[in-house]
Design a protein around this ligand. Sequence first.
Ligand SMILES: *[C@@H]1O[C@H](CO)[C@@H](O)[C@H](O)[C@H]1NC(C)=O
Ligand SMILES: *[C@@H]1O[C@H](CO)[C@@H](O)[C@H](O)[C@H]1NC(C)=O
Ligand SMILES: *[C@@H]1O[C@H](CO)[C@@H](O)[C@H](O)[C@H]1NC(C)=O
Ligand SMILES: *[C@@H]1O[C@H](CO)[C@@H](O)[C@H](O)[C@H]1NC(C)=O
Ligand SMILES: *[C@@H]1O[C@H](CO)[C@@H](O)[C@H](O)[C@H]1NC(C)=O
Ligand SMILES: *[C@@H]1O[C@H](CO)[C@@H](O)[C@H](O)[C@H]1NC(C)=O
Ligand SMILES: *[C@@H]1O[C@H](CO)[C@@H](O)[C@H](O)[C@H]1NC(C)=O
Ligand SMILES: *[C@@H]1O[C@H](CO)[C@@H](O)[C@H](O)[C@H]1NC(C)=O
Ligand SMILES: *[C@@H]1O[C@H](CO)[C@@H](O)[C@H](O)[C@H]1NC(C)=O
Length: 387
Amino acid sequence: MHTPALLAFVGTASAAAHIGSSSRFRNGWMPYEPAEISTYLNSTILTTPSTAEFTYPGTGLDGPKVHPVNGTNFDWWYFDAVSDDLAEGDLSSVIIVFYTLSQTAFFGQRLNDSVLAVSIAGTLRDGTPNYINLQPGEATITTLGDSSAGQWGSGPNNASWSSSPDLRTWVVTFNNEIVNGSLTMTSIAPPHLPCGLPTPFATELIIPHVGWVNAIPDALTSVDFTINGSSLQFSGAGYHDKNWGDQPLFDVEEYWYWGHGRLGPYSIVWFDAGSLVDGEEHFSAYVARNGRMISGSCVAGESVVARPWGNETVVPLHPPTNGSAPAEGFEIIFAEVEGKEMRVNVTNVVSLTPLGAPIARWTGTMEGGFEGERVWTGVALYEEILG
Ligand SMILES: *[C@@H]1O[C@H](CO)[C@@H](O)[C@H](O)[C@H]1NC(C)=O
Ligand SMILES: *[C@@H]1O[C@H](CO)[C@@H](O)[C@H](O)[C@H]1NC(C)=O
Ligand SMILES: *[C@@H]1O[C@H](CO)[C@@H](O)[C@H](O)[C@H]1NC(C)=O
Ligand SMILES: *[C@@H]1O[C@H](CO)[C@@H](O)[C@H](O)[C@H]1NC(C)=O
Ligand SMILES: *[C@@H]1O[C@H](CO)[C@@H](O)[C@H](O)[C@H]1NC(C)=O
Ligand SMILES: *[C@@H]1O[C@H](CO)[C@@H](O)[C@H](O)[C@H]1NC(C)=O
Ligand SMILES: *[C@@H]1O[C@H](CO)[C@@H](O)[C@H](O)[C@H]1NC(C)=O
Ligand SMILES: *[C@@H]1O[C@H](CO)[C@@H](O)[C@H](O)[C@H]1NC(C)=O
Ligand SMILES: *[C@@H]1O[C@H](CO)[C@@H](O)[C@H](O)[C@H]1NC(C)=O
């Protein structure tokens, strides 16, 4: 059943690769042969000037975007998975983040005098939360074309990810006294940028000063970790993206609603964020089916709007502020999916809050589809961030 989806995805990925190579070739350049590029960092907080990439140059999709990371910018690689059986009571989930940033640039890492951390958080099958944050002294990120690999730490304490050159298969591992094991993903939905498929010169900005690249919108994922003596084993819907910025996140972001999930045959991703810089709400919609993107837009009115629902108090739920009641779920409306509106109702099942306010995350169930058509169900992992 998955074979046609995977073949379709291979077709999409290689078509995109050919756009890059043939245009270079036509211009009389050498045929495109990506080289491995490595970036090494130690934990020192630099005070040097830096530049950040916010336009996709046609390669290096999942590579480092901030050169170099200093005390006021940030760059991270994020991986997660939620159990396919959430509705049946399997509360398993996992969130792994490889950080290059200081605690000035992003709240919550309690990094002291380091720019390197890797964390694993989530819930065991019975809902027991866990959160482990490691702070290695060095890290290396290697890219080959659009794919990437990362190694945080060395010797007996390390964590890593790697991907196949076609971005189809990914492995994330931990080797540590407290946590060991791996997460493996097979992507079923093509990568995208805020405004659609990755084409050269497309913007990578989700809001001013913040970049976003989603290399894996949805993946068949299997998870097998031992976390502080407890086993976390499940299969589910997985996801990988990266965010970065050239200023501390909370200086530029007012709030954001982000999430992903699998709804019947659809892989969906929403990002709806308020900017403190231009005062505007920014949007990114993504819907794929059978390995093909069928909706991808950042244009207001043609994209996606996410809104929390729950107990409204005197303080409104939207825009979310310190005084808003906690959301109990979200309504996600995609304006334009093959000419139709897709409405999805997300209901919180497990609250995942290792970092605490102002970041709230959940796993939840979803219900929705197109008016007058069958109602699909699924699982999601999503968050709300206040500025
Ligand atoms: C860490 O890296 C910086 C810049 O790359 C370098 O100046 C510094 O000496 C390094 N520190 C250590 C402890 O290796
Ligand atoms: C980081 O780089 C930016 C851009 O060059 C610069 O404005 C900022 O002051 C730097 N931050 C630190 C802590 O040096
Ligand atoms: C960070 O510093 C605080 C005090 O400033 C200390 O309590 C804490 O243990 C340090 N954390 C790490 C991981 O070094
Ligand atoms: C990571 O740790 C494992 C287990 O101790 C070890 O086998 C592996 O060589 C380590 N990797 C690196 C790059 O140090
Ligand atoms: C983690 O390491 C322990 C001890 O070596 C081993 O028994 C266990 O199977 C490992 N867990 C995973 C998920 O690899
Ligand atoms: C591991 O579990 C022990 C026993 O429950 C607990 O005391 C300890 O804090 C845990 N360690 C981590 C890093 O979560
Ligand atoms: C919302 O209100 C209902 C009824 O008072 C209550 O049972 C529920 O716990 C509230 N939900 C939240 C998230 O506070
Ligand atoms: C949010 O509210 C809590 C409790 O009312 C308060 O302690 C905290 O300082 C507030 N945070 C901000 C950023 O206003
Ligand atoms: C979303 O689901 C919740 C819980 O089932 C329900 O109370 C609410 O009315 C639904 N919202 C919409 C817009 O369908």
